[in-house]
Design a protein around this ligand. Structure first.
Ligand SMILES: Cc1cc2nc3c(=O)[nH]c(=O)nc-3n(C[C@H](O)[C@H](O)[C@H](O)COP(=O)(O)OP(=O)(O)OC[C@H]3O[C@@H](n4cnc5c(N)ncnc54)[C@H](O)[C@@H]3O)c2cc1C
Length: 576
C-alpha cells in the first residue's frame, strides 16, 4: 500500500463544525495545519449526510460570532433556498481554499505513535486513494466527536452519566451508569404540487395510530424528527451499525405512519431524504484540567480563563430514545450565556492534545448543553487559536493556560468571538485618536464590546451618507482597519431547513447589514481621497489592509441590505 507523510504544526482529527473552526483559526494565525476527516464532506452533524441545523445560546444578542458567523452569513448570501449541496460547498471551500491547511478527506484516523505522554504522529487510511497518511505534528486536537484519540493515545476519558453525588449535580441519577443520549437517522420531506404515494418497505416498523408515537410531534413541515433516536442504552460507538439498522426501520416506519396511517394532511408531500449515517449525540468525553459541571453552568461559568460560552438548556435526552414512551428529553434550565473555561479543552494526561466539540471535559449534565453546534464551533475556534499561540511560543496546551491566557482571549475577541464579561483591548492608535461623527455618539465604537448587551447598544447609529472620523495630532501610518457591522444577532430562522414546503420563503442577508461603504483619508493638500470602496459587503467582521500616511480617516456608509439606518459596533484603526 502507498504511504505518505505530512509534517505540520497542528493536526486536527474530525471535520465537523468544531474541527473546521479549529483548523481555520489556527491556519489564519500562521500555523501549518492538517485536517483529517473520515467523510467526503465537512460539517459533521451539520453536513448533508446528517442534516442537523446549528443551534446555540438562547437569549437576546447571544448569537455566536467569529468563524461560525462568517460561514452562516456566506450561506445566507449564497443559499436562499437552503440547498444542502450549496451548504456543503461553502463548508468545503472555507477549508480547502484556506492557505496553510492540508485537507485529508475520506481519511479515517486509526493509529497514533506516542513518545511517552506526547503524540508524535497519527495515521489514517484514505479510502479513495488506498493510501496510509501519517501526520507528524507538535500539537493535535481531537474533534472527532467519538474521541478516537483517547483509545489511541491513552488519554483519560469518561463515558455515561455521573452519580448525583460525585459533583453534587441534582439532575443526574443516584447511581452512575454507562448510559448516553442516543443517535438519530433524520428524515426530510418536500411538498410538491401533486399527490405523492408512499409504499413502505416490508422491513419498516409499523405505527398504526398516533398513540404508537406518544410525545413525538410529527407534524410536517415543523418536525425534523430528532426524536427518531436509539442507542443510549447500548454502546454508542461499537454498536453503531446495529443501531443504524434499527433506526432505519423506525425512520421508514414513521414516514409510513405520516403518509398512510390516518390523515396527517400530507398528500402532496414526498420523502425527500433519509439519513443512513446516524448523527451522534454522546460518547466519550475527555478529562481535562477542569471538568465542567451542572453547578458551573448554573453559576454562569464566570471563570478567568473562559474562552467560549454556552447558552442552550441542559437538554438531557432519555437514553431509551424512541422506546421510552415519556417525553424524549428534559430541558433543564441553564443561564445564557455561561462561560466555558480553557482548562476543559485539553487532555489532563496527554501533554500535546487538545479536545473540542461534544467531547470536551464536562460531566454528562453540562455536556447536555455544551454539545450544540454553535457552542462546539466557538470551542473549536478557541482551540485553533490556542494551538497557534502554542506553536508560536513553543508551549503545550497547559502552557498556554499558565502563560498566555490573556493573549489568547484578546486574540479571540479581535477575531469577533464574544467572551461574556470581558472587554477587548483597543489598539493604541484608535484609543488615542480624536473620534467625531456627523451625527450620533461614535464613542461606543471603541469601548471594546462589539455587540449590544442588555439595554446598552455598544454601537454607533447613523444615516446613509453620514460619517465617522478619526483624527490624529500628527500624520500616522494607517496599516489596518477593523469593522464590526450589524448582522442582526437576533435574526430568526435556522441555517438550514428541516423540510421543504412548496413555496418556501427565500432567505437573504440581514437587512441590518451594511452593504456598501467607503473610507477616505485626508491628503496633505487637505482634500479627502477614497482609500477603500466596498460595494457588496455581507460580513459582520471586516478587516482591511491599508498603507497610507494621514492626519484623518473617515468612514462613510453608502447602503444597507434593507434598513434605513446604519448600525455598527466597532471601528479600529491600527498602525501595524
Ligand atoms: C439528531 C440530533 C439532533 C441534534 N440537535 C441539535 C440541534 O438542534 N442543534 C445543535 O446545534 N446540535 C444538535 N445536536 C448535537 C450536535 O449535532 C453534536 O453535539 C455536534 O455535532 C458535535 O460536534 P462535533 O464537532 O463534536 O462532532 P461531529 O459533528 O460529529 O463531527 C465530528 C466529525 O469527525 C469525523 N470523525 C469521526 N471519527 C473520525 C476519525 N477516526 N477520523 C477522521 N474523522 C473522524 C466525523 O465523521 C465527523 O464529521 C443534535 C445531534 C443529533 C444527532
Amino acid at each position: 500500500m502507498k504511504h505518505k507523510t505530512h509534517h505540520v504544526d497542528f493536526c486536527v482529527v474530525g471535520g465537523g463544525m468544531t474541527g473546521m473552526c479549529a483548523a481555520i483559526s489556527a491556519a489564519r494565525h500562521g500555523a501549518r495545519v492538517a485536517l483529517i476527516q473520515d467523510r467526503p464532506i465537512l460539517g459533521g452533524n451539520a453536513s448533508s449526510e446528517i442534516r442537523m441545523h446549528i443551534g446555540g445560546a438562547h437569549g437576546k444578542n447571544n448569537r455566536e460570532t467569529g468563524i461560525l458567523e462568517e460561514i452562516m452569513l456566506e450561506n445566507l448570501y449564497r443559499n436562499p433556498l437552503k440547498n444542502y449541496s450549496i451548504w456543503d460547498s461553502i463548508l468545503y471551500e472555507k477549508v480547502r481554499f484556506e492557505d496553510n491547511i492540508t485537507l485529508l478527506l475520506n481519511c479515517s484516523c486509526n493509529d497514533a505513535q506516542m513518545d511517552g505522554n506526547r503524540i508524535r504522529a497519527v495515521k489514517g487510511w484514505q479510502l479513495t486513494t488506498q493510501t496510509w497518511h501519517t501526520v507528524e505534528a507538535d500539537l493535535f486536537s481531537d474533534c472527532s466527536g467519538d474521541s478516537i484519540l483517547t483509545p489511541l493515545s491513552g488519554a483519560e476519558f469518561r463515558i455515561g452519566r455521573e452519580a448525583r453525588s460525585e459533583f453534587n449535580e441534582s439532575i443526574e441519577p443516584e447511581e452512575a451508569d454507562k448510559k448516553t443520549m442516543g443517535m438519530s437517522c433524520l428524515i426530510q420531506a418536500r411538498e410538491t404540487d401533486q399527490s405523492q404515494p408512499f409504499i413502505s418497505p416490508s422491513w419498516a416498523n409499523k405505527y398504526p395510530t398516533d398513540d404508537d408515537l406518544p410525545n413525538r410531534g410529527h407534524e410536517i413541515p415543523r418536525s425534523n424528527f430528532w426524536w427518531i433516536e436509539l442507542g443510549g442504552e447500548q454502546d454508542s460507538i461499537h454498536d453503531t451499525e446495529e443501531i443504524r439498522d434499527e433506526l432505519l426501520k423506525v425512520a421508514f416506519g414513521v414516514w409510513d405512519h405520516i403518509k398512510n396511517q390516518g390523515d396527517h394532511g400530507v398528500d402532496n408531500w414526498m420523502l425527500e431524504w433519509v439519513g443512513f449515517l446516524p448523527g451522534k449525540r454522546e460518547s466519550r468525553r475527555y478529562v481535562g484540567d477542569h471538568i465542567l459541571t451542572q453547578n458551573d453552568v448554573r453559576a454562569e461559568g464566570r471563570f478567568d480563563d473562559l474562552v467560549a460560552y454556552g447558552g442552550w438548556s441542559m437538554d438531557d435526552h432519555h437514553p431509551g430514545g424512541i422506546r421510552w414512551p415519556g417525553k424524549p428529553t428534559i430541558f433543564h434550565p441553564a443561564p445564557s450565556p455561561f462561560g466555558i473555561p480553557y482548562r476543559c479543552l485539553y487532555s489532563r494526561n496527554i501533554e500535546n492534545l487538545f479536545c473540542a466539540g461534544r467531547n470536551i471535559s464536562a460531566t454528562h449534565a453540562a455536556m447536555s448543553s455544551t454539545r450544540v453546534m454553535a457552542t462546539c464551533a466557538i470551542l473549536g475556534q478557541a482551540v485553533g487559536t490556542a494551538a497557534a499561540v502554542a506553536v508560536h511560543d513553543n508551549l503545550t496546551p497547559r502552557g498556554v493556560y499558565e502563560k498566555k491566557i490573556k493573549e489568547l482571549k484578546q486574540t479571540l475577541m479581535e477575531d469577533d468571538c464574544y467572551l461574556p464579561w470581558n472587554v477587548r483591548e483597543i489598539p493604541t492608535l484608535t484609543a488615542s485618536a480624536k473620534l467625531t461623527a456627523s451625527e450620533g455618539d461614535p464613542e461606543p465604537l471603541r469601548n471594546g464590546i462589539d455587540r449590544p448587551i442588555d439595554d446598552t447598544n455598544n454601537g454607533w447609529t447613523g444615516s446613509i451618507g453620514s460619517w465617522v472620523q478619526y483624527s490624529f495630532d500628527n500624520p500616522e501610518n494607517i496599516r489596518g482597519l477593523r469593522f464590526v457591522f450589524d448582522s442582526d444577532l437576533n435574526r430568526k430562522g435556522l441555517n438550514m431547513a428541516s423540510n421543504y414546503p412548496f413555496n418556501m420563503e427565500l432567505t437573504t442577508v440581514p437587512k441590518t447589514m451594511l452593504r456598501a461603504f467607503r473610507v477616505e483619508a485626508l491628503g496633505e493638500d487637505d482634500v479627502w481621497k477614497v482609500i477603500v470602496q466596498e460595494e457588496n459587503n455581507y460580513q459582520r467582521l471586516v478587516r482591511l489592509q491599508t498603507d497610507i500616511k494621514t492626519r484623518a480617516v473617515r468612514f462613510i456608509p453608502e447602503a444597507t441590505w434593507g434598513d434605513e439606518r446604519v448600525r455598527m459596533f466597532a471601528w479600529d484603526v491600527t498602525s501595524s
